[in-house]
Ligand binder design. Structure first.
Ligand code: GLC
Ligand code: GLC
Length: 628
């Protein structure tokens, strides 16, 4: 039995011999990275595949891949690698601001996106997430989340050279490009999928295919249904009678990462995208990537090992690439994906959902509890804070957190669903149910920010509510992410109901085409669009100049008024104290609460002084950014 060190040395010797034999290019830079990160990659890879005889061969081939990919990496990207190595926390800056859009809906095609760069600069974006833009099946493709080729751009949007050019232009404009890495599944039209369907043994091993229901039944005892409107359970049947794993739609086939060939193939796709000039990969559906009988097949330990192994591959061959985790799961699980060696960025679905929860209940206690208890993440990592995404809103708070406040989680979720789909008397929201599951009682909510916040219903406070929700996302740290079009108050769009490929998926209600009319009115102070846009610009502008808003350190602030959220963002030279009234009535925060504060502070939003030696009054949905 060899010691671990001796094993690692033997593995290293094997890898070196392989590199030499294949003539893979290895320069000094790569050599240094291999010295540093091969010892990281090796045990991760061994944990996943060590039990197989061909483990070392796969590892050697993987390292060869990194060498070839590094040799292909363009000099300007290598320059970014160096720049970011000297400023490794660049993404923690208070100047970071994200936007997300569909290429076709927002701008027609990639050229259209390029033409909107001046607007992105006007808004202050430094991060642009373009939703899936790769080749995908015509018709149903889950908005591109069913990828048929990771190396070909959807021809309706442009081609790979245009994407490369766009990445470069964005970089010149100070904007990082973010694209999805949809690595849990491919579309059923991907070359690998076609071959698997045709019973090619090599590619059958890329997916989870079973001849009959025995294994699917076993797995489904413990898995949860994600898209029950599409199909029950986790499997769908192929025309030849076999069963294939499809967590999401029946045309999205889950990849089998217990096969090292899949890891290697996807590492190749990942490095290809990195070399196109992508700065951040949004790691789609991370929770689902490892399956094991008798478990929920979500957030298994190997899912983390796998992500860490991918991350180590990047550190070798595309060092400046970052991962953003998309884990829309229990908050305890969401944080497990966050780490410098795993995903440096992560969506913050809890804060997103609880912002809406607070607005519905006019009670900020759950949100406040989450900020105090669940906001801290490892140093050098950042939340991506958002008001809503292209997906539905699910009430992913922890039942036990709610119970502490005397809230019954199941009943509360039912209330929130009813409230946001407008089934609750007096609700300001005009959302639409998503994936209502009559068997389990589960449901989620679709809707644009403006429609959910009351603008569609003509609620007087709606614009202010939209600004309040964004104000929270802009001040709680990390990277705030705007769904483009929401900054001018775009409304729900029922047009999707006329398209048979989309009609079954209510998330399309909140993915409207570019709201040209609203953008045209964005400087008109008498319009809703203008009111919202002006407020957004003001907040964004202040944030850019406020070092307290860099990073993610946040300290709770008890307002002793459940309708008023409070938190502090300490900086080197001062502290920002945020107060936000989530109710539609006036609220008071008692003077005693400010005992430790100076006698007065400046509200940065209105540039007026607020006395803190006495009670502070907040108007309906009013929020203050107090420099103390
Ligand atoms: C992610 C995407 C979602 C998609 C799913 C399957 O959750 O955000 O839109 O349906 O993955 O790829
Ligand atoms: C996608 C779906 C969302 C689901 C999630 C699970 O984001 O849109 O509804 O809860 O996947 O990760």
């Amino acid at each position: 039995m060899l010691s671990i060190g001796a094993q690692a040395r033997a593995a290293r010797a094997f890898v070196d011999a392989h590199l030499l034999a294949t003539g893979a290019p290895v320069d000094d830079d790569l050599r240094a990275r291999l010295d540093r990160y091969l010892p990281v990659l090796l045990p991760l890879f061994a944990e996943l595949y060590g039990a197989r005889d061909d483990c070392l061969d796969h590892l050697a081939a993987l390292v060869e891949l990194t060498a070839r990919s590094w040799a292909d990496r363009a000099p300007d990207l290598k320059a970014i690698d160096v720049a970011r190595e000297t400023d490794p926390e660049w993404y923690l800056s208070n100047r970071m601001l994200g936007g997300v859009c569909y290429v076709d809906r927002y701008a027609g095609d990639l050229e259209g996106v390029r033409a909107r760069i001046p607007y992105f600069r006007e808004l202050g974006l430094t991060y642009l997430h373009l939703m899936p833009l790769f080749e995908a099946p015509e018709g149903g493709s889950d908005g591109g989340y069913a990828v048929s080729s990771y190396r070909r751009v959807n021809p309706a949007l442009g081609d790979m050279d245009q994407l490369r050019g766009l990445a470069a232009d964005l970089r010149t404009a100070g904007i990082s490009l973010v694209v999805d890495f949809i690595f849990n599944h491919t579309s059923d039209e991907h070359e690998w999928a076609r071959r698997a369907a045709a019973q090619d043994p090599e590619y059958e091993g890329y997916y989870w295919i079973f001849p009959d229901r025995t294994m699917p039944d076993l797995f489904e005892r413990t898995t949860r249904e994600i898209f029950p409107d599409d199909h029950p359970g986790s499997f769908v049947q192929l025309p030849d009678g076999r069963w294939i794993w499809s967590t999401f739609h029946s045309f999205q086939w889950d990849l089998n990462y217990s096969n090292p060939a899949v890891f290697q193939a996807m590492a190749g796709e990942m490095l290809f995208l990195a070399n196109v000039g992508v700065d951040v990969l949004r790691m789609d559906a991370v929770a689902f990537i490892w399956k094991q009988v008798g478990t929920p097949c979500e957030s298994l330990p190997q899912a983390h090992t796998l992500l860490k192994a991918f991350n180590a591959v990047c550190r070798i061959a595309a060092p400046s690439l970052l991962f953003k985790s998309e884990a829309i799961v229990h908050p305890d699980e969401v944080v497990e994906y966050i780490g410098r060696d795993e995903c440096q960025l992560s969506y913050n679905p809890l804060q997103m959902a609880l912002t809406w929860e607070a607005l519905a209940t006019r009670d900020a206690r759950l949100l406040s509890q989450a900020l105090e208890r669940r906001h801290a993440i490892p140093a050098g990592c950042a939340w991506v804070n958002y008001v809503r995404s292209h997906d539905d809103i699910g009430w992913t708070f922890a039942d036990e957190d709610a119970a502490e406040l005397g809230i019954d989680a199941a009943g509360h979720r039912r209330f929130l669903n009813a409230f946001y789909v407008g089934r609750f008397p007096g609700s300001f929201a005009r959302g639409v149910p998503f994936q209502e599951n009559p068997r389990t009682g589960d449901a989620r909510v679709s809707g644009t920010t403006a429609s959910l916040a009351g603008l569609e219903a003509g609620e007087p406070g709606a614009a202010q509510r939209i600004l309040l929700a964004h104000g929270i996302a802009l001040t709680t740290g990390g990277i705030p992410l705007l769904y483009l079009g929401d900054e001018v108050g775009q409304l729900n769009d029922l047009g999707y109901l006329d398209d048979p490929d989309l009609a079954g998926d209510s998330r399309w209600v909140h993915r409207p085409p570019y709201p040209a009319d609203r953008y045209a009115h964005r400087t008109d102070p008498d319009s809703d669009a203008g009111t919202i846009y002006r407020g957004m610009r003001r907040m964004i502008g202040i944030r850019r100049d406020l070092p307290e808003l860099a990073g993610g350190v946040l300290v709770g602030f008890a307002t002793h008024n459940p309708a008023v959220l409070g938190y502090q963002r300490p900086g080197r030279d001062g502290t920002l104290l945020v107060l936000a009234n989530v109710s539609d009535g006036p609220q008071t925060v008692a003077a005693e609460v400010f005992a430790a504060q100076p006698a007065s502070a400046t509200d940065l939003l209105t540039e007026s002084d607020v006395a803190l030696w006495t009670d502070v009054e907040l108007g309906p949905l009013e929020f203050l950014w107090l420099e103390v």
